[in-house]
Design a protein around this ligand. Structure first.
Ligand code: HPA
Length: 278
């Protein structure tokens, strides 16, 4: 395990050195663009696009429809690095592997992580298209990116997660939503499941009972690494579908993608306004 961790540290360091030499500017904010939000990358000014394959030891996207680019530039006047295309536990990666890009961006100096995803709504009063800011999360992925020897230079052995999502960032986002009259923006608890199969009706009932408002297959591993590295985090879910255990409808991936794309423009406006404000 120690050797494996040493190898991982070596790989992360190589990626950090490569990017530090290559990038015209160093990011203050890291963005993980989830399903339907890839378009935000087109708004980045002075964009430097680096395909993941060019970055030493970066994971490669296994899903053909997922772009795999690191895009660095300015957005809303802030220096950002956007991960266009993320990695998931269900693809076969360990959570340590799939969070490697977030670790690299933290070591390049990013102080804030903004992470987005498409999610299934569990709360009965959510409608498709609801934008849910993450207030808290539950990890049901049977892995933790920090499992194994701790690298003390990266963060503490037992990172505190009593406040995983930054209150001030959430409040700023809600103020922007009010100013722009963005409809259906709320907050809630996100639960991460391993996937790739979707929930059964009984599982949906269970997820509601344990206190989750939305369910997805990502985000929590990245947030754990960001907190370990001392970053402030804002999490945003686009609720693509709403799952009612007593009237369960098939959850169709094409519908999830089209719904998140429909909401994408609204969330992009909101995020740009938010970046200008913070
Ligand atoms: N379940 C899990 N992940 C999802 C869903 C869902 O209903 N919708 C979008 N991502």
């Amino acid at each position: 395990m120690r050797e494996e961790m040493e190898r991982f540290q070596h790989e992360v360091t190589a990626a950090v050195r490569f990017l530090a030499a290559r990038l015209g500017l160093l990011p203050e904010i890291a963005l993980v663009l989830g399903t339907g939000l890839g378009g935000l990358a087109d708004r980045i000014e002075g964009a430097q696009v680096i395909p993941y394959q060019e970055i030493p030891h970066f994971p490669h996207a296994t899903v053909a429809s997922h772009a795999g680019n690191l895009i660095v530039g300015t957005l809303g006047g802030k220096r950002v690095a956007a991960l266009q295309g993320r990695f998931h536990f269900y693809e076969g990666y360990s959570t340590r592997e799939l969070t490697m890009p977030v670790r690299v961006l933290s070591l390049l100096g990013a102080k804030t992580l903004i992470v987005s995803n498409a999610a299934g709504g569990l709360k009965p009063d959510f409608a498709p298209g609801t934008i849910m800011l993450l207030r808290d999360h539950i990890n049901l992925i049977p892995d933790n990116p920090l499992r194994g020897p701790n690298i003390d230079g990266w963060g503490p052995r037992f990172p505190d997660l009593s406040a995983p999502y930054d209150q001030a960032l959430m409040a700023a986002m809600l103020r922007c939503a009010a100013r722009l009259s963005t409809p259906n923006v709320t907050s809630g608890v996100y639960v991460a499941i391993p996937g790739p199969s979707l929930e059964t009706p009984a599982e949906t009932r269970y997820l509601r009972q344990i206190g989750a408002d939305a369910v997805g297959m990502s985000t929590v591993p990245e947030v754990i690494v960001a907190k370990h590295a001392g970053l402030k985090v804002l999490g945003v879910s686009v609720v693509a579908n709403v799952n009612d255990p007593d009237n369960f409808k098939p959850i169709l991936i094409d519908e999830i993608i089209s719904e998140t794309e429909r909401c994408g423009a609204r969330l992009q406006e909101l995020l740009v306004a938010f970046l200008q404000e913070i």
